[in-house]
Design a protein around this ligand. Structure first.
Ligand code: ADP
Ligand code: MG
Length: 659
């Protein structure tokens, strides 16, 4: 292409633009509407777009070599504005009185001044204009990129429309090519809206098509057909020290049906911290055992693995079930014995970390894999199981409830069971938002709990102070807590930079009540169960999302003792009050997403899947629902297998392979 030299080429490559097709498909992320502001509508500090003629010779003031400030008057019909613009000193010679200009900036009503961020020569166009704004990298401006794209739009490029014709005509969508052009250079706002709608729909349609395809495919994968008798399961439930909640029962039922069905299970079990997912997992393992297969439960950390192992061992005490534990701490000999047991089938249930599905672990007949706390299998791990000739049923457990809205996209390829109510007898954690000024009150609260023989968690966002952050941190808080309580209580520290053996030591000491106050970063977040801890104090809590705070709070209130959570915040306290009002993780995550948007979803599922160019699953949820319905119908229809739409099918199958 003309005008694109090696330097621009390199910059474009950074944007993943390698050819003309990529260029025309690189859509603006936003549009500026160029329209003369209506002065009567403006209030203090509103954005303003105004044109006029320069009234006097600008005065220029240099702060230093790079920074300067220019001031002049602009006459706009019957009004005079003061205009201030920074770092455009180089324009001074052109800004002679009488020259027509347009300025873009902020309006200071009180001083009748425009603080301009941009200045162009000439008056504004009479009709409203829409200008695309592109995401760029250093070295290229949105304007330059726009002109490359404009050039590309004059060249031949491929137009591949992934929306099947019957659907496109049902919605009266623009033609794809027309839509591409309108995305960059809309003739008017109505046209732009249509183009954006079409583009969003196409993205979401393809995404949902892929999700539905995966779900179908996984749903059709043959798994193990068991014949578990419900009487035996019920007899096992009788042994439990408590009755399952209704939600737990429903989840057990879902899993029971999955296991007895020939199709492979691919299910997510979600529920708040402490809602009782673990017992559901154990029951699943028991059902799997009844049909003669081995189960593996993977925990994210060793501490959790040990914790699960201990409760499972207790549960099956007095039965013939053999339970194993695989951790990094095992001596070579013990490890070997464990591997032998897995291979010859003498171990029925095994709990451990990721090592459970490593190359070394060979199973006699692995029928069920459960992963705790939302880390899903990556491709390589799934492959690992396949290579071993294993096709176990899979259950994922997650303590981060996802609002229904988002579950569809994030977990669209799985079946979902939810536990929404807590076991009865659980007291909600009393939660209070406080400012740093009220620290004396906080310390007194801590003291009260400590005197009762209970333990306290103290959380800070950072390990130590740094140049650009003077937030409370683990290091200084440890010193402070040591000063306040060290005489009578043990203070311990836990953070992500410690070796995992050190972390385990501290955590165990806390579990054994050798430490009463544990100062930690959020590494504590994952699933640890110390029933005697009744207070959670979180410093700088405005730094955290509501869901993270809720997760942290879930570390306490794990038995019938009254527990407390104190959120110390500098600002943003309005948002935090939600946590004072409710302990319902589903509600809280809904609130969190409302406030922070779907960007955070990336954290839950690291995958290119979620990155849409134009669509936003939150704002465009209704489009997503349509796309879901339509893609389901399309997959079922003969069209999907027809030659006409072979390219759609190929695209989906390729995308799935690459995933
Ligand atoms: P999760 O894994 O969902 O965070 P757990 O499975 O660790 O929660 O359960 C928390 C605690 O609640 C455990 O001590 C467990 O024994 C107990 N529990 C689970 N289900 C019930 C129930 N139906 N009634 C009473 N206690 C229960
Ligand atoms: Mg758990």
């Amino acid at each position: 292409m003309k005008g694109i030299g090696p330097k621009s080429l390199r910059l474009l490559e950074k944007l993943n633009i390698h050819n003309v097709n990529d260029l025309v498909m690189y859509y603006p992320f936003r549009y500026d509407v160029i329209k003369r502001s209506d002065m009567e509508m403006l209030t203090q500090d509103d954005p303003i777009i105004m044109d006029g003629v320069v009234e006097n010779v600008p005065s220029l003031f240099h702060f230093n070599r790079k920074m300067n400030k220019m001031t002049f008057r602009m006459r706009s019909e019957e009004q005079l504005f003061q205009v201030i613009i920074y770092n455009r000193g180089f324009l001074k010679n052109k800004l002679v009185p009488g020259v027509a200009i347009s300025v873009f900036g902020k309006y200071d009503l009180k001083r009748h001044t425009i603080v301009a961020s941009d200045l162009r020569f000439g008056f504004l166009p009479d009709e409203v204009r829409v200008e695309p704004v592109y995401h760029v990298v250093n070295g290229i401006t949105s304007k330059q990129l726009g002109s490359f794209i404009e050039e590309a739009l004059h060249m031949p490029f491929d137009v591949v429309d992934y929306i099947p014709a019957p659907i496109a005509s049902h919605y009266h969508f623009l033609e794809k090519e027309q839509s591409i052009r309108a995305m960059h250079k809309p003739q008017n706002i109505a046209m732009l809206k249509q183009a954006r709608l079409r583009t969003k729909y196409e993205e979401l349609f393809l995404f949902m098509l892929k999700m539905n395809y995966l779900k179908n495919k996984k749903g059709k994968e043959r798994g193990i057909k068991r014949n578990v008798s419900y009487e035996e399961v019920e007899a096992f439930l009788e042994r439990l020290p408590f009755h399952l909640t209704d939600d737990q029962k429903k989840c057990v039922d879902d899993i029971y049906h999955d296991l007895n069905d020939i199709h492979k299970m691919n299910r997510l079990l979600q529920g708040d911290v402490g809602s009782g997912k673990t017992i559901v997992a154990f029951i699943s393992m028991y059902m799997n055992y009844l049909s003669g297969y081995q189960s593996a439960l993977m925990a994210p950390t060793e501490i959790l693995a040990i914790q699960h192992y201990e409760s499972l061992a207790r549960l099956v005490e007095g039965t013939n079930i053999h339970v194993g534990l695989l951790t990094g701490k095992l001596k070579a000999k013990e490890k070997k014995a464990l591997y032998v047991g897995l291979k010859d089938g003498t171990i029925d249930m095994v709990i451990g970390t990721h090592a459970l599905i490593s190359e070394d672990a060979i199973y006699h007949n692995l029928g069920l894999v459960i992963t705790d706390e939302q880390h899903r299998f990556g491709v390589s791990q799934r492959g690992n199981l396949k290579n071993k000739g294993l096709f176990p049923d899979i259950l994922y457990m997650s303590a981060t409830p996802i609002p229904r809205t988002y579950a569809l996209t994030i977990y669209g390829d799985m079946d979902i069971s939810s536990i929404k109510t807590m076991p009865s007898g659980r007291k909600p954690v009393i939660t209070t938002v406080k400012s740093l000024k009220e620290i004396t009150w906080v310390l007194n609260e801590m003291l009260r709990e400590l005197k009762l023989g209970h333990q306290v968690y103290v959380i800070a966002p950072m390990i130590e102070e740094s140049e650009n952050s003077h937030l409370e941190n683990v290091k200084t808080l440890t010193e402070k807590m040591q000063k306040a309580f060290g005489k009578y209580f043990q203070v311990g520290t836990l953070h992500g930079k410690m070796k995992s053996t050190e972390k385990d030591e501290v955590m165990n000491a806390f579990k054994e009540n050798q430490i009463q106050i544990l100062i930690s970063t959020t590494v504590i977040e994952v699933g640890v169960d110390v029933a005697n801890a009744t207070m959670m104090v979180i410093f700088e809590s405005d730094r955290f999302g509501l869901s993270s705070l809720h997760q942290l709070r879930g570390r306490v209130g794990r038995n019938d003792l009254q527990s407390y959570c104190i959120l110390i915040a500098r600002k943003d306290t309005e948002r935090l009050h939600v946590l004072e009002e409710t302990c319902d993780g589903f509600k809280i995550s809904e609130e969190d997403f409302k406030l922070r948007g779907s960007g955070d979803l990336f954290g839950y599922r690291q995958s290119g899947d979620m990155s849409f160019q134009v669509a936003d699953i939150k704002r465009d949820y209704s489009i997503l629902l349509k796309a879901k319905e339509d893609s389901e119908a399309f997959l079922e229809s003969p069209l999907y297998d027809s030659d006409e739409y072979k390219y759609v099918k190929n695209m989906i199958e390729l995308a799935v392979q690459l995933d």
